[in-house]
Design a binder for this molecule. Structure first.
Ligand SMILES: [Zn+2]
Length: 193
């Protein structure tokens, strides 16, 4: 894909996307706040310091600039014409890092949602994306709740099963004792062993 931006536009685009409080991030935060969600920003305790986390829902949100994170098939992810190999390598590295972070977070039980910069272009597009994001968060929370109660149920079942086995064993022991009383002599010998 050819570079549609002039060098100065490109520069502005990159420096803006590099910063912490990028416009897309601010939009997502505002959108979440307006919908009553509580969240944390760049939690250092989590792999890759995800942009936004919602602990209550078990959701981590990555707000990605299309150029820096190499959004596939996106018109904002055009490769600069100068030094294309350099940019390609740099963006490939970013993508790889994103994948590693995502896998790591998922392994820790987080649902990872990526919001792309281009999904927030224009008021209507942005509103639709934020609305969909809110749904995705609630669904992820719902799934987590279900799997938690599933785990609780299987823990309870395992406990009940163990108790039943122990009770059955005790009954068998009782029955054995009753039917085949051990002579006192043998009992005493086996005790002193
Ligand atoms: Zn994009």
């Amino acid at each position: 894909m050819a570079d549609k931006l002039t060098p100065s536009q490109r520069h502005r685009c990159m420096s803006r996307i590099r910063g912490k409080d990028t416009r897309p991030e601010v939009l997502v935060r505002r959108g979440l706040h307006a919908r009553g969600f509580r969240f944390r920003l760049q939690d250092r305790k989590l792999p890759g310091k995800p942009d936004i986390t919602l602990p209550r829902w078990g959701v981590a949100i990555m707000v990605n600039g299309c150029f820096w994170h190499g959004h596939k098939g996106c018109r904002y992810a055009t490769k600069p014409q100068t030094n294309p190999e350099f940019w390609e390598a740099k963006i490939a590295r970013n993508r790889h890092r994103d994948e590693v972070t995502e896998a790591h977070l998922e392994a820790l039980g987080w649902t990872v949602i990526t919001v792309w910069e281009c999904e927030l272009k224009g008021k209507e597009t942005a509103e639709a994306r934020l609305e969909a994001l809110a749904d995705e968060i609630r669904q992820a929370g719902e799934r987590r709740k279900q799997s938690e109660s599933q785990r609780r149920i299987s823990r309870l079942n395992a406990k009940r099963e163990r108790e039943q086995l122990l009770a059955r064993q005790a009954r068998l022991e009782e029955e054995l004792k009753r039917r085949f009383p051990i002579p006192r002599k043998i009992k005493n010998e086996s005790k002193s062993e």
